[in-house]
Design a protein around this ligand. Structure first.
Ligand code: NAP
Length: 484
């Protein structure tokens, strides 16, 4: 289709060739806003994954030894190719994922920014010369690409989540076997096409679609794959961590979240509501850093709820390609049912729906932006990830109580707080068990800063100077006999 600039690929990229699955099996890809089938992708499994891993291993031999300046140039060209195709890529993303077009454009540009960031950052990935205890020796610490990387990504940010893995891997000199989510495979396949177009050698980037268990299993079982980078649910992350043990792979895990959003009596309430809207409703509430629980201090509770209600009423639900739409559909029927279950659970325990609460009148998987007041810790969303447009508002009396409630979860990805008290901001930074903390900000992801969770939200960082670390091995070399 011309609207996608030839970037809707219905084949997989293995060793530089676009191929189907052995036996020709295919999977339909559906537009969640319309229910229409956009196209198909190959239903690949272990066999094809094995070929991709072998190709990546062959390519690693030369690519890992290529000039740094050449890799930097390829990444810069990839950045430019992404931005040149931003509109087509955004449309492709909205078509398979559902988010409003302006959000999709933003995802493409931050993905491109990650590529540029790692092209710059690899030039500063220095080693060390360590002072030697004796004069006849020099001690060198050097850094080297880890090898073939397996990358598994989710459906909610199908483009930028791959960018955070491709960027550091390709900069470091690694080669990649990537598996995008089955619901949203086209954005990942488009990355493969652009990598090929700008001149990454065959086998450096391979992209496979199909059975998660079969492709994932082949990646995890292979001793050739030295590192696995995963973004997705904590449940699947646990499986992959277990599977990584047999071949002792490096793993980095960007897993689920259950973000608290604290509003203190001294907060600028208008700013807090503005932050709340972006931290809650971006991508229809389907982001790992989305607010799951609003904790609001008693003195401003009613005022915050009423301002949040007014701001939520301004959201426009519809097909993400339509002008003015700010909330698209949920990804599938199961996601809608989960939100319905959480609402039923909360209202059964005393929660008050003050806005929304039902499937949207336009049908499909559209859901009304919903606010529930009088939320309490015994409700399921206190501990479970909502992943939908549902704002649950809890009440608290003091800072200690708020901090304890915020930390009462197995997750530790993002937390937000609105306060004008600088001392409190630093107490929160120390006391909140979260990898990302936004003080008076509801959107904090940026390529310059390390992104990653604590506790069961994962391990490793993406972005920042730290984002390269997982793709580089450290070696120590001792050169002895240097005195005359
Ligand atoms: P998911 O069900 O865990 O799936 C993520 C990826 O893993 C998909 O590609 C999926 O393939 C694959 N997968 C599923 N089972 C597998 C297995 N047994 N072995 C290997 N791969 C397997 O997560 P999701 O529903 O796509 O995404 C939502 C979750 O991602 C949420 O929990 C969210 O918080 C988290 N997330 C975290 C971050 C972060 O940076 N921390 C960012 C975004 C999302 P199929 O699609 O084929 O099933």
């Amino acid at each position: 289709m011309s609207e996608f600039n030839g970037l809707l690929l219905e084949a997989n990229l293995i060793d530089g060739a676009w191929t189907g699955a052995e036996g020709g099996s295919e999977i339909d890809v559906t537009n969640p806003a319309t229910g229409e089938v956009i196209g198909t992708v190959p239903n690949c499994g272990a066999e094809e994954t094995g070929r991709a891993i072998e190709a990546a291993a062959r390519a690693f031999d030369s690519y890992s030894r290529s000039d740094l300046s050449q890799r930097v140039r390829l990444l810069q060209d990839l950045h430019d190719a992404l931005m040149d195709n931003q509109e087509a890529l955004a449309l492709l993303l909205t078509s398979e994922q559902g988010k409003p077009l302006p959000e999709a454009r933003g995802e493409i540009s931050i993905g491109a920014a990650y590529i540029r960031w790692f092209a710059e950052e690899i030039r500063r990935a220095k080693g060390e010369i360590v002072p030697s205890p004796t004069r006849d020796r020099q001690l060198l610490v050097t850094r080297h690409p880890v090898g073939v990387v397996g990358a598994i990504t989710p459906w909610n940010f199908p483009s930028s989540m791959l960018a955070r893995k491709l960027g550091p891997a390709l900069a470091a000199g690694c080669t990649i076997v990537a598996k995008p989510a089955t619901a949203t495979p086209y954005s990942g396949l488009a990355w493969g096409k652009l990598c090929q177009d700008v001149g990454f050698p065959d086998g450096v980037v391979n992209v496979l679609t199909g059975s998660a268990r079969a492709i994932g299993g082949a990646i995890m079982d292979s001793p050739t794959v030295r590192k696995v980078t995963f973004t997705g649910s904590t449940e699947v992350g646990r499986i992959l961590i277990r599977q990584s043990a047999d071949t002792v792979k490096k793993v980095s895990m960007e897993l689920g979240g259950n973000a608290p959003f604290l509003v203190f009596d001294d907060a600028d309430l208008d700013a807090a509501v503005e932050g709340a809207m972006i931290a809650k409703y971006r991508n229809a509430g389907q982001t790992c850093v989305c607010t799951n629980r609003f904790y609001v201090q008693a003195g401003v509770y009613d005022a915050f709820v009423s301002k949040l209600k007014a701001a939520t009423a301004a959201l426009v639900v519809g097909n993400g390609v339509d002008e003015g739409v700010t909330q698209g559909p949920l990804i599938d029927e199961a996601a809608v049912r989960k939100v319905e279950e959480l609402i039923a659970d909360a209202t059964g325990k005393g929660g008050a729906i003050i806005q929304g609460g039902r499937r949207h009148g336009i049908g499909g998987t559209f859901f009304e932006p919903t606010t529930i007041a009088n939320a309490t810790q015994d409700m399921r969303f206190a501990t479970e990830e909502i992943f939908g447009p549902l704002a649950a508002v809890f009440r608290f009396d003091n800072e200690e109580e708020a901090m304890a409630a915020a930390n009462a979860t197995e997750y530790g990805l993002a937390a937000y707080a609105y306060t004008r008290d600088l001392g409190r901001a630093f107490r929160l930074n120390e006391g909140l068990d979260y990898g990302l903390i936004g003080i008076n900000a509801g959107l904090i992801t940026t390529v310059e800063a390390p992104f990653g969770g604590l506790k069961q939200s994962g391990m490793g960082k993406e972005g920042g100077s730290q984002g390269l670390d997982d793709y580089l091995e450290t070696k120590y070399m001792c050169v002895a006999g240097l005195t005359a």
